[in-house]
Design a protein around this ligand. Structure first.
Ligand code: FAD
Length: 307
């Protein structure tokens, strides 16, 4: 059975990330015949990952999506400690293995508003990695999250990198990064983790810049990401939010701005991919956002993969 880490040892890997739709119609569109998954797989990704809802929600659909992915390529499930007991984790992970899913992104999970801990038996991703290795030996290839700007709750970037090293020491195999547009910070972080003895391959998570609201939401609703000046310029030039200087703007005008934003965002994302590729990374992981057309354009125009 091929492992993602075997691919990364040979060349740069290329993958997509999906999320489990909430409705049956959404599932049909994603994994039904000729759906988005089938279309994405024409680009021959090395693997596709599927997110895992915090608090245990959407878990059933996560497995259905992974079953479909498994028919086409390596499936990587995300998994969190939120609300999960040790026994519950053991059962769920055994179910993944029974379904042939043997790659896992081991996460703590975002704490729901007002919570002070995970509400489960394990508190950190470090503990989850150890638990998976202790319980299942080498059956899983384990990915872990890395935050080039530091996790929003970390004591310091140094503390965060120390815990990343600890994840490796507990048996993690590769890193999937949080989105980061600040390339100076990324290069600093990459040097710093290598100096700290983190040798795991780095798979860079890239969220395509397609929509202004989604971009701002991803950057600021949880992660406190820096938005560099060129990205802010794109948002400013195509501003679509309530604007006191343009009251009563027509729907056509807003639609035209959204389309122009997407064009500029695609170009920005392609340049970002170029910058990442020369940093000595081992993979590009595109958040496909359950879409095909825009993602396909990005892959074709950036040249990540010869299609
Ligand atoms: P940890 O590594 O546990 O870190 C959390 C905080 O605790 C950090 O500040 C860290 O510095 C500190 N810390 C870590 N270990 C220790 C320790 N042993 N002792 C003390 N402090 C420690 N969330 C979902 O709910 N579902 C998903 O599908 C999902 N997919 C994601 C995919 C990617 C690629 C990434 C980067 C994130 C994803 N997330 C997802 C979000 C993730 O769950 C959050 O970022 C979460 O807040 C932290 O998870 P973590 O695994 O990085 O936590």
């Amino acid at each position: 059975m091929m492992k993602v880490t075997d691919i990364m040892a040979r060349r740069m890997a290329f993958s997509f990330e999906l999320f489990p739709p909430k409705t049956d119609a959404g599932m049909e569109k994603l994994i039904g015949p000729g759906g988005v998954l089938d279309q994405l797989c024409t680009m021959r990704p090395d693997y596709i990952s599927c997110t895992y809802g915090a608090g245990g929600g959407n878990v059933g659909k996560n497995l259905e999506v992974l079953d479909a992915i498994k028919q086409k390529t390596i499936g990587v499930t995300h998994f969190t400690c939120i609300g999960n007991t040790r026994e519950g984790i053991r059962d769920q992970l055994q179910t993944y293995l029974d379904h042939g899913v043997d790659h896992i992104l081991a996460l703590r999970g975002d704490l729901p508003f007002g919570w002070t801990g995970t509400g489960g038996d394990l508190r950190y991703a470090t503990e989850l990695v150890k638990f998976i290795r202790d319980t299942f030996g080498d059956k899983f290839t384990i990915a872990v999250a890395g935050s080039p700007e530091g996790h929003i709750q970390c004591r310091s970037l140094e503390a965060d990198i120390s815990f990343l090293k600890q994840k490796q020491d507990e048996g993690a195999d590769f890193i999937m990064t949080q989105l980061c547009w600040d390339m100076d910070q990324f290069r600093y972080w990459l040097d710093a983790i290598r100096a700290a003895g983190v040798t795991m391959p780095v798979d860079v998570g890239i969220m395509p810049v397609l929509d202004a609201a989604a971009t701002i939401n991803m950057a600021l609703s949880r992660n406190g990401c820096v938005m560099p000046r060129p990205l802010c310029e794109i948002i400013s030039k195509h501003w679509i939010f309530p604007n006191p200087f343009a009251p009563g703007e027509s729907e056509e005008s807003i639609a035209a701005k959204k389309a122009a934003f997407k064009e500029a965002g695609l170009e920005y994302t392609i340049r970002l991919i170029d910058e990442y590729r020369v940093c000595g990374i081992q993979g590009i992981h595109l958040y496909a956002l359950n879409k095909y057309e825009d993602v396909a354009r990005l892959v074709a125009e950036s040249g990540i993969k010869d299609l």
